[in-house]
Design a protein around this ligand. Structure first.
Ligand SMILES: Cc1cc2nc3c(=O)[nH]c(=O)nc-3n(C[C@H](O)[C@H](O)[C@H](O)COP(=O)(O)O)c2cc1C
Length: 162
């Protein structure tokens, strides 16, 4: 089994959770590639980040397309920004023509939790529209991503099925 974790992280919380997941899956002898999404032009302005996310913008990614064919399962992750997924993840998803019959996982990290349910539902719907099967979907508290016990509990159902 080969898994890719495609994620965007601005301040590191989502990255921590993705790295935890990679380590746990690797310990089960599952091959995992971490693919960090970067924007060509990153803005550090909170207002601009919110606007881009809220308006569902798809800014250019720093890298070209990804060959996802070789993976049996794809994991998509980003922070919640302005009740939505981060623009970099949206940009990545629009480039993927089909996810027909792919097993997928989605999880978002959040701050206050405002709009996190809405953001996760939207992510699920984008993935389902591309024909994928979602085997696990979850919102994770961003401020607990340094806590491995918390992460273990959140990801247990996923780790049990993979
Ligand atoms: C521009 C911006 C918008 C955000 N909007 C929300 C939001 O609508 N709801 C929420 O719960 N958290 C929101 N947050 C908090 C992040 O989702 C949270 O801190 C997340 O864990 C950050 O992940 P990262 O460290 O991987 O970038 C926002 C953070 C930023 C920077």
């Amino acid at each position: 089994m080969k898994i890719a974790i495609l994620f965007y992280s601005f301040s590191g919380n989502t990255k921590k959770a993705c790295e935890f997941l990679k380590n746990r899956l690797s310990s089960k002898s599952i091959g995992v590639d971490l693919i960090e999404l970067k924007l060509k032009e990153e803005t550090a302005s909170f207002l601009r980040q919110c606007l881009q996310a809220f308006l569902k913008k798809k800014p250019d990614l720093a890298e070209g397309g990804y060959n996802l064919e070789k993976y049996d399962c794809l994991i998509f992750s980003s922070p919640v920004w302005a009740f939505a997924i981060a623009p970099a993840l949206r940009s990545c998803l629009v480039r993927i023509e089909t996810l027909e019959k792919k097993r997928t996982v989605c999880f978002l990290t959040y701050g206050s939790g405002a709009g996190s349910g809405k953001a996760l539902k939207e992510l699920e719907s984008i993935i389902l529209d591309k024909g994928a099967q979602i085997i696990f979907s979850k919102n994770i508290a961003g401020n607990k991503t340094k806590d491995n016990t918390y992460l273990e509990k959140q990801f247990k159902p996923l780790l049990d099925i993979l």
